[in-house]
Design a protein around this ligand. Structure first.
Ligand code: FES
Length: 622
């Protein structure tokens, strides 16, 4: 099947998709997360896009979400419209999920302007005379605020600064503390950087704190990767080799500095105008960045060095920004549930949910939070590596050459990222293939790939792909001649076992949390999927393999990189920072390794659900 190029404006990002792919999914593939409060039911109208070139189907009908004029002007609902041809699609800013930080929502649901903790305040003082011999400090505080704390380093600076600058200048303030004095008026920008500090990838966002707008976004691989590709191997490295903690700390800080370089170049800004940074990372990443030994996290009872939020001079972390800038490190919940989860909970507004909500963030680890009646149960599972292509025999990250979508319709139809020859399969293709094999009866609930002679009901084109060597059967997705490396690309029995482990861990973790809270899948008002990977999962396929609970599909919503969004929110608003602290305080860590039911649940969750389980059938639940 010929793939279609979909180009999104104004970013210019383009993806290749199969005909019939919803524009919402294509946007997700391009890394663009649209706002979808109705869960893609076509009722809220928030996912509006404008098709500038090309055609989509089905033809929309005028209604509350789109007027006849909108339709005539090319507007479509991304959740309802599928590409019929190559398209150029404009994404209005207000349709972006991340548009929301510019109009922040308070607890009461009211919008508010950005209210950052940092500020630049211009002052002009009267010089002292015989009638007014107030101290230099009192004179300054009279202009910038009486409650401002002044560190001794700046106290020493004030007399010289005032006299050298004709008693005027600009005070740089950070949450009621003077952090700098600058000559002249406050003509410079007020910037901050939000970091999502992942085990594998670090994402930085440069924010204009006055407007709330993003000035630049950059990402890179975490330079800690050569020390081990998961948190446990990095903890082991720190335990076993003296000096490793500092090496890993510097590696992370170095990556963050490089991202800052890239972003200020893009935005044409100055490092010295970055007055604050925020960091949302998992427990291990946050501790290493703060220079705290994470070794106790590597053994029972998995103790964190801190759970409270930390505010540390950025210079002490080796991050090169304004010399007075501070780093806000997110509060943590417990064990491996760290600041990125709290940031994600904030972005998802879990504290505003009226109904129970399940939040799942799939990264290198999988974190699960159940929000119920203002309380939050949080657990971490080792779910990620399979979905990132690791431990899958021909797995790869979701990059050019990765098969990312698979359908079986008479034969195998697949989509490859970048429209190049396939080189392997990424996590979504793994889920798709397993779900499709289950659907057509080529995979049994125990996870065994059936032999060709056991599947006479299959079309020949599909049955031929079941190749048995000895005891093991594999499913050939791409024959050797059509692959990039000249080797057939297959789904192996071993891959299915890895998938069962990963999806079973999420399923069992979610079930334990729901049991503890006395909640069934039918009670869930929403299942929120965070993390880049979550964006690309086909919801029905994830449900078919049992990874997601059997709620109606529209209740499953993608919320993009929630940790990044949470990290931005705390920079833009004091109120959001208070909410982040409240979320962490109201959360309880559930250590699945100590839960007596976990092993039983996990063993059960390793089996794929029987077909046809009705949504919210409590017998088949979770
Ligand atoms: S109309 Fe609500 S997400 Fe598309």
């Amino acid at each position: 099947m010929k793939e279609l190029r979909i180009t999104f404006e104004p970013s210019g990002r383009a993806v290749y998709v199969l005909p019939g792919t919803k524009l919402l999914e294509a946007a997700g593939r391009a890394g663009i997360t649209l706002d979808t409060p109705c869960g893609g039911r076509g009722t809220c109208g928030k996912c509006r896009v404008r098709v500038r070139r090309g055609s989509t189907g089905p033809a929309p009908l005028p209604g509350r979400a789109l007027s006849a004029e909108d339709i005539a002007a090319g507007y479509r609902l991304a959740c309802q419209s599928a590409a019929d041809s190559e398209c150029v699609v404009e994404i209005p800013e207000e349709s972006l999920f991340e548009h929301r930080p510019q109009v922040l929502m308070t607890d009461s649901g009211h919008s508010t302007e950005p209210d950052p903790l940092v500020a630049r305040k211009t002052f002009q003082l009267q010089p002292p005379d015989q009638d007014d011999a107030a101290s230099d400090l009192d004179r300054l505080l009279g202009a910038v605020g009486p409650d401002i704390r002044v560190p001794v380093s700046l106290l020493r600076e004030i007399p010289r600064f005032l006299r050298a600058n004709n008693w005027g200048g600009t005070a740089v303030l950070s949450d009621h503390t003077l952090v700098g004095l600058e000559p002249g008026k406050a003509a410079h920008e007020l910037l901050a950087v939000a970091f999502d500090l992942g085990t594998t990838t670090i994402v930085g966002t440069l924010l204009d704190l006055r407007s709330g707008r993003e000035r630049a976004v950059a990402s890179c691989l975490n330079a800690q990767i050569p020390f081990g590709d998961d948190v446990i191997s990095r903890i082991m490295r720190i335990r076993e080799r003296a000096g490793s903690l500092s090496e890993l700390q510097q590696a992370a800080a170095g990556s963050m500095n490089r991202l800052i370089d890239e972003m200020i170049l893009t935005a044409g800004s100055r490092r010295s105008d970055i007055l604050e940074i925020s960091v949302a990372g998992n427990s291990t990443m946050q501790q290493i960045l703060c220079g705290c030994d994470p070794s106790p996290l590597g053994e029972v009872p998995f103790v964190q060095a801190f759970t409270s939020p930390q505010e540390i001079p950025a210079s002490e972390l080796g991050i090169s920004v304004h010399p007075g800038a501070r780093a806000f490190i997110f509060p943590q919940i417990g064990g491996f549930v760290g600041g990125d989860t709290v940031a994600g909970m904030l972005a998802a507004a879990l504290d505003c949910c009226d109904e129970p909500v399940l939040f799942i963030d799939i990264g290198t680890n999988g974190e699960i939070v159940l929000a119920h009646q203002g309380r939050f149960l949080a657990a971490s599972t080792a779910a990620g590596p399979a979905f990132e292509g690791a431990r899958i025999r021909q797995g790869m990250r979701a990059a050019a050459g990765a098969i990312e979508k698979v359908m079986i319709d008479g034969d195998v139809v697949f989509n490859v990222i970048g429209n190049v020859k396939p080189g392997g399969l990424c996590g979504t293709a793994l889920i798709d293939t397993a779900a499709e094999l289950l659907r057509v009866g080529a995979l049994d609930p125990t996870g065994r790939i059936l032999r060709a002679d056991e599947t006479p009901h299959l079309p020949d084109a599909v049955r031929r792909r079941l190749v048995t060597d000895g005891d093991e059967t594999r499913f050939v997705l791409v024959p050797a001649k059509a692959s990039a490396a000249g080797d057939a690309i297959c789904l192996w029995q071993h891959d299915i076992r890895e998938l069962q482990l990963a999806s079973g861990a999420i399923r069992a973790g979610a079930r334990i949390l729901m049991k503890q809270a006395g909640v069934t899948p039918c009670d869930l008002g929403a299942v929120l999927l965070a993390g880049a990977f979550g964006n690309f999962i086909r919801r029905n396929h994830a449900q078919r393999i049992g990874m997601l609970p059997p709620v109606p599909c529209h209740r499953i919503r993608f919320i993009g990189n929630a940790a990044s969004l949470g990290a931005k929110l705390v920079l833009l608003s004091r109120a959001q920072r208070v909410r982040a602290l409240g979320l962490a305080r109201a959360s309880a860590h559930v250590d699945l390794s100590r839960d007596t039911q976990f092993q039983t649940e996990f063993a059960e969750a390793m089996l794929f659900p029987e077909p046809g389980a009705a949504p919210c059938d409590s017998q088949a639940a979770g």
